[in-house]
Design a protein around this ligand. Sequence first.
Ligand SMILES: NC(=O)c1ccc[n+]([C@@H]2O[C@H](COP(=O)([O-])OP(=O)(O)OC[C@H]3O[C@@H](n4cnc5c(N)ncnc54)[C@H](OP(=O)(O)O)[C@@H]3O)[C@@H](O)[C@H]2O)c1
Length: 361
Amino acid sequence: MNTRREFMTASAGIAALGLLGSEQSSGQSSGGLNILVLGGTGFIGPHFVRHALARGHKITLFNRGRTNTHLFPEAEKLVGDRNDNLRSLEGRRWDAVLDNSGYTPLQVRQSVDLLKNSCEQYLFTSTRAVYTDFIPAVMDEDAPVGPKGIPESEWSGYGPNKVLAERIVQEGFGARTLITRPPVIVGPGDRTDRFTYWVDRLDEGGEVLVQGHHADPIQFVEVRDLSEFYVHLLENSTTGIYNTEGPQAELDTAGLVHGIRAITSTPSNLNWVPWDFLVQQGEVPQDTVVFWNRPSGRYLNYGRMVNARAIDKGMKFRPLATIAQDTLAWHRTRPAESQATLRAGLTRDREQELLRLYRDQ
Ligand SMILES: NC(=O)c1ccc[n+]([C@@H]2O[C@H](COP(=O)([O-])OP(=O)(O)OC[C@H]3O[C@@H](n4cnc5c(N)ncnc54)[C@H](OP(=O)(O)O)[C@@H]3O)[C@@H](O)[C@H]2O)c1
């Protein structure tokens, strides 16, 4: 195995020759990092692993052996459980760990305690949900995290648990910590359907209900952009905490739906329905009208997170049209039932009913 220093020297040489350029590691790398992925077979994992293998890195997957077990026969696979069985990781060394599957402080404490002296760097996939709220005018990585007014001993749930988990990584890995706080992750393989709903809906055409106001800001990150950024960060031994919102420049929801509509030739009419009406009809804040939030109250600047730090470290973003086209192409390969019953968004009946009610009021 090349040492991390040898690999970095080789990479720096390649970059100096202009072969890597400023790209988010899309060219062929000389390889050399030995990377442990805690998870690796869900959504982000496969995109990361594919890209890292293509760059010549060596991957070890650690998971329970339940999800997508057919993937990556070329990678080493270790079986265990983050909750109570990390034995297969004992006595091993890696250059870097990617932790996609840590949700509870206990899970993260166990892996950090075991790996802090045998791995150089820990990349923890956290979430935008760590922030206390989205009210500050500047929503950068220094904005407050964790629930306000609740004693820490009573914190529970997704966001608060990720705050505690981030701290555990920082305590264990110190200056070798790398944390990302992604927004909604979209693209091929996304089983939440939050973005896929819009791609599918606009491809079907007709009278489309679009929630809220056309100038509402929106952010998301494409799974390959995130995964390629991860590889790039690890190749450069980058540390720190990063908001990973895309796209690069501000986007409003009009830009989003018009941008997606541009990839299909099916005619459609976009019907904007104000938030207040949707609240009256019981559609908001429930998760039925999806993918972006009304920019008010605690979500005031939810769609305006500052991504400058990630961009400064080399994060790149695919065009919306590419993301939409690739997501649609992937969606059309799914089983008929998954295509017919999306996990997010309105049913066509409910959508048309809401449009009728809105017009008739
Ligand atoms: N989706 C979003 O919009 C979004 C937004 C922000 C942040 N995030 C973060 O992104 C991460 C999700 O990533 P992903 O699902 O795409 O990751 P992934 O690495 O592709 O997949 C999850 C992996 O975890 C493994 N796993 C699950 N439970 C396990 C356990 N108890 N012990 C060992 N392995 C286990 C699964 O395999 P087995 O089932 O075989 O064990 C699978 O390989 C989370 O940290 C989430 O907080 C997601």
